[in-house]
Design a protein around this ligand. Structure first.
Ligand code: SAH
Ligand code: SF4
Length: 379
């Protein structure tokens, strides 16, 4: 079978080379060509002897997902729609800022966790992405943006915050992240690589041991009753367990705090009382809070909080000595902002249908329970 070398980390490439009877340093050469130079053609690998290059052409490929569409917003945000086969497409977003450039990467085609305010959650779930499809997003964006050395390349930071729940695709996400960190590939520091999770507690512990990178946790509510509704996985891993996992994580994390994400939904979770409750809740966790103005998408029942409500909420947190920032909304005119990524998902979970039924019946709790059951089946 033809091997796709794009999805192999250093161990995988060494094994592949051993299989060809080649020495381990070949693996390093291959990795540099593929990820540093962004090459997908073996004949361009000039320091590899011709007979081996010819053999590689026979036995291997370097294959990233096909670019279906590329869009640039007036603010410079770029979005790629990538075909991952069988009618599924995922999205990758590059956000340029003054001192850094952040690439937001997807981990699944869709998402089974069905957070009620998230466009991907509304799309349902098809499958986990492979390592090649995950690292392929960085490979594609890096090539499109002109690559360059670590110091001056446009992509300085990566966030696992695109479509999907990265910790529900643990093995592939960790292997892809190892490649992002590898000196011979993208050489990102652990501090510049952030994984965002809706709170899969056992997987947070596994990540701590396997590949501790900066951690962002989607909190969104100051109490279990509301979080059960907004982030249905909370029924399985309630806030208390989640916060305990965050504290354990910090012991090995590259940063000495966890970033809590909190999407502000008008009249749902944005009151002064809720800000106070949030401040009390996270008191014992070294953290920063990133407030995200809700990004609307077709069919949603939520509205973005008014700027005054956002400012007031932040003020309460600051008064409680918490560091709270408001995330600038980028790329929303090309539907590339947080939670707007929809791609194209051939839903296997009948989520869309159930969500439509639920909206019609106004029954949030039942759908939340269904999502939790589904995840159990998927785990
Ligand atoms: N599944 C992971 C990572 C992807 S979502 C997670 O849930 O953390 C990345 C971030 O975007 C999360 O904090 C998520 O809650 C937030 N988000 C989802 N939908 C949103 C929306 N419509 N508006 C603003 N932020 C949203
Ligand atoms: Fe999945 Fe994250 Fe969206 Fe929730 S917010 S549905 S976990 S992608």
């Amino acid at each position: 079978m033809t091997a796709n070398l794009l999805g192999l980390d250093s161990g995988g490439l060494r094994e592949f080379c051993a299989g060809l009877g080649e020495r381990p340093y070949r693996a390093q050469q291959l990795m540099r060509w593929i990820h540093r130079a962004g090459v997908d053609d073996f004949s361009a690998m000039t320091d590899i002897a011709r007979p081996l290059r010819e053999r590689l052409v026979q036995e291997a490929v370097i294959a990233a997902p096909r670019i279906v569409q590329e869009t640039t917003a007036p603010d410079g945000t770029r979005k790629w729609l990538l075909d991952v086969g069988t009618g599924n497409a995922i999205e990758t977003v590059f956000i340029p800022e003054t001192n850094r450039g952040t690439l937001c990467i997807s981990s699944q085609a869709g998402c089974a966790l069905a957070c009620t305010f998230c466009s991907t959650g509304h799309q349902g779930f098809n499958r986990n992405l492979t390592v090649a499809e995950i690292i392929g997003q960085l490979w594609i964006a890096n090539r499109a943006l002109g690559g360059g050395s670590v110091q001056d390349r446009p992509i300085s930071n990566v966030v696992m915050m695109g479509m999907g729940e990265p910790l529900a695709n643990f093995e592939s996400v960790v292997t892809a992240m190892q490649l992002m960190l590898d000196d011979n590939a993208y050489n990102l520091s652990r501090r510049r690589l952030t994984l965002s999770t809706s709170g899969l507690v056992p997987a947070i512990d596994r990540l701590r041991d396997a590949c501790p990178v900066a951690l962002a946790v989607s909190l969104h509510a100051p109490d279990d009753a509301l979080r059960d509704e907004l982030v249905p996985i909370n029924r399985k891993y309630p806030i208390k367990d989640l916060l305990a996992a965050c504290v354990r994580y910090i012991e090995k994390a590259p940063r000495d705090f966890v970033m809590f994400e909190y999407v502000l939904l008008d009249g749902v979770n944005d009151s002064v009382e809720q800000a106070r409750a949030l401040a009390r809740l996270v008191r014992r966790v070294p953290c920063k809070i990133n407030l995200i103005p809700f990004n609307p998408f077709p069919g949603t029942r939520y509205r973005r909080s008014a700027p005054q409500a956002v400012a007031r909420f932040r003020e309460v947190l600051m008064q409680a000595d918490l560091i709270a920032t408001v995330r600038k909304t980028r790329g929303d005119d090309i539907a590339a902002a947080c939670g707007q990524l929809a791609g194209q998902v051939q839903d296997k979970t009948r989520r869309k249908l159930r969500l439509q039924q639920r909206t019609a019946a106004g029954n949030g709790a039942a759908a939340g329970r269904a999502a939790t059951n589904e995840l159990e089946a998927a785990e």
